[in-house]
Design a protein around this ligand. Structure first.
Ligand code: SPQ
Length: 449
């Protein structure tokens, strides 16, 4: 085998992923599918629970984050069948009919679960909810959703001036608002739109740049009345809405495909086809940046599936060159910055990433963690207040690194390890299961072709 891949359990019950490429001969070849899109999986579970009638979800991501969403909505009264990636059936309970759970709702590691659910809970009158999460989620800022909800009249309490979970919510009849979000965030936008579903009148969110639009697409498909103004990055929900159960076909997650796109681009001799990837334009910033860097990526078999654009992506190894990543493209590749930092480490010249301070409040401080961990492997990488500066070309050497329990960091470091000399040990690599439970199996399969 051209690369030795092993997983070891630690006494603290974590997993260390050990990767040691052979001196020559490693190339990633073949075809693969990545698991379902995480953002779409969350939204399908939530809207299916809130709709009237049956929703069928095909291709649901079985990662830990969507499992947290399913767990919460079961506790809120939705009848969700056994979870699998073929077909999940939900008997929705209808807007306004969530039950008050007898216990705390646990969003686990998932920012999307907590922030979107807050909009739904705050608008369910006469019911009391408490929402919490793991250590990482309890340190992530929640004021970004608490503020607009309070502007709509919501009653919410939490630590540090209502900005940190656990959060307590006394559901209310809300009033419509026009919220000018200071950040481009699909979670903020979706939270406000979901709160607007049961609110009489027009609830509008305007953001400084366009973030992913899966909520808008799916809300429309479920029957909500929405006006979208791309010029001003504004969306209005005309409430109150009625949602009707639908069939949702979840495409493969471009954020998961990103690891293989970069792996094949940087490992000589690679030629991969990643099938059935969602290529919604609000998510394809990574394809634009990799094209600018000189990557050889061709979309094939482009089609539309259940309201979302989908394609197979063929990627072949090529020489990469540095570029600048900043401005309005950032929200369209926000989750791909750690793996783009890996691509930059193998590109000629200095790549500058700016306007990405949001990365500091993800599952980990992704700027600090990528700078230290990739730096430990020998990359020339400097942390900027709102980004990273990476000068490519320094040879990487395998060493002990840590995911900081962040799924995207764990997988980015694994891809860097494929092009490093010697053995890399990635501690707490089990974090990958948040969004990509079969990541290590796919890595083995691809390296074994
Ligand atoms: O759900 P969570 O934990 O926030 O997950 C992340 C990720 O890397 O998987 C961010 F850490 O993705 C977010 C993404 O960054 C998922 C998301 C969504 O589904 O609406 C939107 C983005 O977050 P934001 O804060 O920009 O709205």
């Amino acid at each position: 085998m051209p690369v030795a891949i092993e997983t070891r359990k630690t006494p603290e019950n974590h997993q260390t992923l050990v990767i040691k490429p052979a001196a020559d001969g490693l190339a990633l070849r073949g075809r693969l599918r990545v698991p379902g899109d995480k953002s779409i999986s969350h939204r399908a579970l939530m809207l299916g629970s809130l709709a009237e009638g049956e929703t069928v979800i095909e291709g649901l991501l079985l990662g830990e984050d969507p499992l947290s969403t399913a767990h919460c909505f079961r506790a809120l009264g939705a009848d969700i069948s056994e979870l699998n990636s073929q077909q999940v059936r939900i008997q929705g309970i209808g807007l306004g009919n969530l039950r008050e759970p007898g216990n705390v709702l646990d969003a686990g590691n998932s920012g999307t679960t907590m922030r979107l659910m807050m909009g739904i809970l705050a608008s369910h009158s006469d019911r009391f909810f408490v929402v919490t999460g793991d250590d990482s989620l309890r340190s992530r800022p929640m004021s970004r959703v608490v503020k607009p909800l309070q502007q709509m009249g919501a009653q919410i309490w939490g630590r540090k001036g209502n900005s940190l979970a656990p959060l307590a919510v006394q559901g209310q009849r809300l009033k419509p608002t026009h919220y000018q979000s200071p950040i481009a965030s699909a979670q903020v936008k979706s939270c406000v739109l979901l709160a607007g579903l049961m609110t009489e009148g027009d609830t509008t969110v305007t953001e400084p740049a366009l973030s992913r639009d899966h909520s808008e697409r799916m809300l429309r498909a479920f029957g909500a009345n929405l006006t979208v103004d791309p010029e001003t990055c504004s969306v209005t929900v005309h409430g109150p809405a009625t949602l009707r159960g639908q069939t949702v076909v979840v495409p493969g997650d471009i954020s998961s495909a990103a690891f293989w796109l970069v792996a094949a681009a940087i490992v000589p001799g690679s030629d991969l086809v990643i099938e059935n990837v969602g290529v919604n334009p609000t998510r394809t910033g990574i394809l634009e940046v990799l094209a600018q860097m000189g990557a050889d990526i061709t979309p094939e078999n482009e089609r539309e599936v259940a309201g979302e654009p989908v394609a197979d992506l063929r990627v072949r190894h090529s020489a990469l060159k540095a570029c600048t990543i900043a401005g309005d493209i950032i929200p369209r590749l926000i989750d791909e910055i750690p793996i783009l930092a890996v691509a930059a480490a193998f590109a000629e010249g200095t790549t500058v990433i700016r306007d990405a301070a949001e990365l500091r409040v993800k599952e980990s401080d992704r700027l600090a963690v990528m700078a230290t961990q990739l730096g430990q492997m020998g990359a020339q990488i400097t942390e900027l207040p709102d980004g990273l500066e990476i000068t490519g070309g320094a040879a990487l050497t395998g060493t002990a690194v840590d995911s900081y329990t962040d799924h995207r960091i764990a997988m980015s470091l694994a891809i860097a390890a494929l092009n490093a000399t010697g053995e890399t040990q990635i501690h707490r690599a089990e974090a990958a299961a948040i969004s990509y439970p079969d990541f290590t199996d796919s890595l083995r399969q691809l390296c074994d072709q």
